[in-house]
Design a protein around this ligand. Structure first.
Ligand SMILES: Cc1ncc(COP(=O)(O)O)c(C=O)c1O
Length: 463
């Protein structure tokens, strides 16, 4: 039942959201490190689950997840710098677990047409935390579903159906979400997508087709204004406030896009599913840009790293879909998920995780700059708070051409780090994406940086 490993050419074509699960290097790592019992479970996983890129066949078998750490069934512990971005408060936080246990005793499910106190309280708390008047809330059992609700509400509210979104973006894997998403691994060969979805270049100065280089003049934001004017009937512009890769848009980018939306009657939808709840050093990433969207989507860690839970936050004036079912999800007001959400908000507040993410992120970025100065393999380091990335490059043959993405080296560093107890994912083929739990201590961060240093040294000497 095993899937064949892919050739280098095929791998290059599908590198995007995460590292590739069919690479020869994955096979080698697995053969070297995974014992017989775990191999049996992996084989059973591969036998019973539908295979898909980015998951089955899987990497390893987990037994525990606690705080900033995961542990496999063979007792190896890894600092989890991926965590699917659900671990803002760390894994298995005792307050989240206690809140869930208590809620299971009190009320375990809320049948549709009824409401429950945890759901009302969580909606109220999110509305209070959100900037501007984003105080209308709708929950969904996952980020993709919440994105779908945002798109529907934007259509209903504007009476228009078109969307403008970014190439290379990710908003979920359903047909509507991949229509606005910009990654080939999700879009290729799947057939017709939603009509009216137009893509624009993302705000990434170094890759920008407008060739502004590091001296960005926001041509990409002005291009959105241009498209909105040309089309004249776009319902909404949707983007990730900061792409998880991470690419941090220039300071005025979202203000410029917000102004374009206002000028042309389009709504602005910001997807903060993996980066909200403090990861970037602000509770909401849009606070870095002093911009309030019309619709904002949260997810991932909202369920305390335990329950699938996402939220659509909308401006008061967008409460206009009374006669349409926007979500209608069975678990829309799941009391146990909402109790986990309330505990999560309490922990973020009481443990000062937003401030901690900002401070530890700044410290780490400075340390990553030191690594960059020592390893020519590092082309760029960047990020905000505990959303960090290291881009690996090789010099190109011509001194005038842009450096080449060091995809092979990135994969090597990733597997070398796993060997030493650090788990992270590689995005776009050559970006080591580092998103630890926000409860990570500075000592744990130092441990991770020492591992990265050792791996970069090891891989640099081989090339
Ligand atoms: C930016 C972004 N949007 C949407 C989603 C989809 O969320 P979910 O997997 O909960 O459906 C993700 C998930 O990785 C994401 O990173």
């Amino acid at each position: 039942m095993s899937s064949p490993a892919l050739s280098r050419e095929s791998l290059d074509a599908i590198r995007s959201e995460g590292d590739v699960n069919l690479s020869p290097r994955r096979r080698e790592w697995s053969a070297e490190h995974i014992g017989a019992a775990a191999q049996t479970t992996l084989a059973e996983d591969a036998r019973h689950f539908l295979h898909q890129s980015l998951s089955t066949p899987c990497l390893n078998v987990l037994a525990k997840a606690e705080g900033s750490w995961i542990e496999d069934v063979e007792g190896r512990r890894y600092l989890d710098f991926h965590g699917n971005n659900v671990h803002q408060v760390g894994f298995s936080h005792p307050r989240v677990v206690a809140a869930i246990k208590q809620q299971l005793d009190d009320l375990s499910f809320c049948t549709r047409r009824y409401t429950c106190e945890p759901a009302v309280e969580l909606a109220r708390r999110l509305g209070e935390l959100a900037p501007g008047d984003l105080n209308r809330v709708l929950f969904a059992p996952g980020g993709t579903s919440a994105i779908g609700m945002a798109l529907k509400l934007a259509r209903i509210a504007t009476g228009r159906f078109k969307f403008v979104s970014m190439w290379d973006s990710f908003h979920g894997a359903s047909l509507d979400a991949i229509s606005i998403g910009g990654e080939a691994v999700f879009r290729k060969g799947i057939g017709p997508l939603l009509p009216g979805c137009e893509h624009v270049p993302p705000p990434e100065p170094l890759r920008c087709p407008f060739k502004c280089g590091t001296a960005c003049n926001l041509g990409c934001a002005d291009y959105i204004d241009y498209v909105l004017e040309k089309e004249g009937d776009v319902a909404a512009v949707i983007g990730e406030t900061i792409r998880c890769t991470p690419f941090v848009p220039p300071p005025d980018y979202w203000k410029r896009v917000r102004a374009a939306c206002d000028k042309h009657g389009a709504l602005l939808i910001l997807d903060e599913i993996p980066i909200g709840l403090g990861r970037t050093g602000k509770f909401f990433a849009c606070e870095h840009y002093d911009v309030v969207p019309d619709l904002l989507v949260l997810g991932k860690g909202l369920g305390g790293g335990v329950f699938p839970l996402a939220a659509l936050l909308a401006r008061e004036g967008l409460n206009v879909a009374t006669h349409t079912a926007l979500g209608h999800y069975t678990h829309e007001k799941n009391p146990v998920a909402c109790a986990a959400g309330l505990a999560t908000l309490d922990i973020i507040r009481d443990e000062h995780l937003v401030e901690h993410a900002a401070q530890l992120g700044e410290y780490t970025l400075a340390r990553l700059r030191e690594l960059k100065a020592r390893y020519p393999l590092i082309g760029d380091v960047r990020g905000k708070g505990l959303l960090l990335g290291i881009e690996l490059v090789r010099p190109s043959a011509s001194p005038h051409a842009a450096p080449i993405p060091a995809t092979d080296e990135a994969e090597q560093v990733m597997y070398a780090a796993l060997k030493r107890g650090l788990n992270f994912k590689v995005t776009m083929g050559n970006i080591l994406t580092l998103t630890p739990a926000l409860v990570l201590t500075q000592a744990e961060m130092d441990q991770a940086l020492a591992i990265l240093d050792a791996c970069l040294a090891e891989v640099s000497t081989q090339h």
